[in-house]
Structure formats: C-alpha cells, structure tokens
Design a protein around this ligand. Structure first.
Ligand code: 3HC
Length: 284
C-alpha cells in the first residue's frame, strides 16, 4: 500500500507541523480539531509557517497555495473513513488518546488503514490494545519544528506487523524525506531517553546557582555546537511538556536522573511554560 491519504488528529505545534510537511510532499491531508476555534488556529499556524518558507525563498507562492489546497480541515472525525494512515498528535493524555484510537478503529473503512501516534511518552502497546487492529498500530515520533527536524523515530511493538512498519517507514523516509530510526516501545524511545536527562541536568545546574542561564546555554552552543542551549531548548519544548516527559521516564525507570527538578515543578505551577507563554528561564 502506498500512502496517499493521511489524517492528522490534533493541529497543535506537532500536528500542524506534520500536516504541513505531508501537504508539501503531495499527500492529501485531513486535519481535525474538536472545535472550529482550534481548527482556525491550526490553519493560521500552517499558513504562517508556509509564508515563512515563501519569504525565505524555499517555497514558491504557487507551491504554498497547492500545499494549502491539499489540506482539508474538519471538526468531524467520521470524515476520516477513507484515510490510509492516521497520525494522532493530541496532548499527552493517555485516556484521550485511547478514546481517539477506539473511535478511529471504528471509523476507518479501509481494513488495511494504519494508526500511528506521535506520542513521546505513552506506550504504543497500550494505545494499540484499545483497537481491534494492534498489528496495524505504530509510533511515529516527529521532532519540533517538524518542517526543519530531519528525524522520525519509528516505534514498533511486539504486535506491530513487519508490513505496517515498512509502510510507515517508507512514507516517512520516501514521501516526507525524514531519516528514520527504529526504537522499541520503551518510555523515551531513543532521543528523549538521552536528551531529557541532559536538559534536566541543565535545570539542576541553574537551580544550584552553578552558572547563569545565558552561560549554560552559551556553553553548550559554542562548546558542543548545539543549535540551542539546554535552557533555551526547554523553553522551546515547553516546560509543561518537559515535566510530563520527565515524570513518565521517572515512573518507568525510577532513576534520579529523570526526576523533575523542584525549579521545573515551581515554574510549571506558576504558569511559566516557556516560549508559548513568553515566560521561561530567562524571565525567572
Ligand atoms: N517551519 C519551517 N522552517 C523553520 C521553522 C518552522 N517552524 N523554524 C525554523 N525554520 C527554518 C528557517 O527557515 C531557517 O532556514 P534557513 O536557515 O535555511 O533559512 C532554519 O530553520 C533556521 O531557522 P532560524 O534562522 O529562524 O533560527 P535558528 O537558526 O535559531 O534555528 C531551530 C531554529 C531550527 C529551531 C534551531 O534552533 C534548532 O534546531 N533547535 C533545536 C531544536 C530541537 O532540538 N528540537 C527537538 C526538540 S525535542 C522534541 O521535539 C521531542 C519531544 O518529544 C519533546
């Protein structure tokens, strides 16, 4: 099966990024949000990102219009009936994701349709168990900002079929142009399992007064050639997401390196969630 018609559930930062990349690659994309207001926001996000690509002369105006024309926006999940691949990208709430997987399993007319989650922390096996087609469920974990980041982690479970894994890999690599790495269905997969302890370590260092936020970030940018320093990256990812992923990893492995530092908890409680709230480590 060659994937041509995809569905994206959730038009936040990740969902709209995946929709944009898929539409630019020529796929027919259906994007859903539960309300018209959220759908309008998703559309604005995609338009802004496409406009930015036009401004930077990476995309022609006609290709931008064609990409946008390939995306249909809906508040009605039942319209997903003809989709061959659906990528769920809603907030990291296991019950909500399971409910969406259950509904999609009923809605998808195509017996061969594949269900994927962009989750960074919830076991794919548990989402797959909410459906009658666990062999057709995989994780497709993209990175923010999706149009720029070259990686996709393909998360396979003991139940996922080799055929489904190959189709998902082919779509991400040959249609979307991502480099695919494979990860087992363990919390953190490959990237977050390594990245999160490093980011939490930077927060602990800052909290202990070891160095200023600017010096920690400059240290890693100029001393290790990272595009962003760790505190800047935490703000970029979102401190609520950071804390959530850290808590999941800690629950799973009980290792101190995954424990959420008290400062992170305090900032989240104070509504300082990083870039999306305009208040992060540089405003603390
Ligand atoms: N859409 C499209 N293109 C974008 C973009 C977007 N949203 N954001 C940036 N770009 C493009 C720009 O057009 C530019 O391209 P050009 O140089 O060819 O003109 C290029 O990316 C660089 O952008 P900028 O010059 O505006 O800014 P920077 O050079 O500071 O780069 C960055 C921005 C790409 C975000 C870079 O700082 C970076 O790579 N940061 C690290 C991001 C990262 O680590 N992400 C992973 C987070 S972890 C995650 O997602 C997993 C989750 O589970 C937690």
């Amino acid at each position: 099966m060659k994937i041509q018609r995809i569905g994206i559930v959730g038009g936040g930062l990740m969902g709209s990024g995946i929709a944009e990349v898929a539409a630019r690659a020529g796929s027919d994309v259906l994007l859903s949000e539960p309300t018209q207001e959220l759908l309008d926001k998703a559309r604005q996000r995609i338009v802004a990102s496409l406009d930015r690509a036009v401004e930077r002369q990476k995309l022609s105006e006609s290709d931008r219009d064609a990409a946008l024309g390939r995306i249909t926006f809906t508040t009605d999940l039942s319209e997903f009936e003809d989709r061959q691949l659906v990528i769920e990208a809603v907030t990291e709430d296991e019950d909500l994701k399971k409910e969406i997987f259950r509904r999609l399993d009923d809605i998808l007319g195509h017996e061969e349709a594949i269900l994927a989650s962009n989750t960074s922390s919830i076991p794919i096996t548990r989402l797959a168990a909410a459906t009658g087609r666990p062999e057709r469920v995989v994780g497709m974990h993209f990175f923010n900002p999706v149009p720029v980041m070259a990686l996709m982690e393909l998360v396979t479970t003991v139940r996922s079929s080799a055929e489904v894994e190959a189709i998902a890999e082919d779509y991400a690599a040959n249609t979307l142009g991502k480099t695919v790495i494979r990860a087992k269905d363990r919390a953190g997969f490959v990237v977050n399992m390594l990245l999160v302890p490093y980011l939490l370590g930077a927060i602990r260092m800052y909290e202990a007064g070891f160095a200023s936020a600017r010096d920690i970030d400059t240290g890693m940018k100029l001393g290790a050639n990272h595009p962003m320093g760790p505190l800047e990256l935490c703000d970029f990812i979102g401190l609520d997401t950071m804390k959530h992923v850290a808590d999941v990893l800690f629950d799973e492995y009980k290792e101190p390196m995954y424990a959420s530092p008290p400062l992170l908890t305090r900032m989240v409680e104070a509504g300082m969630l990083g870039r999306k709230t305009g208040r992060g480590f540089y405003e603390y």
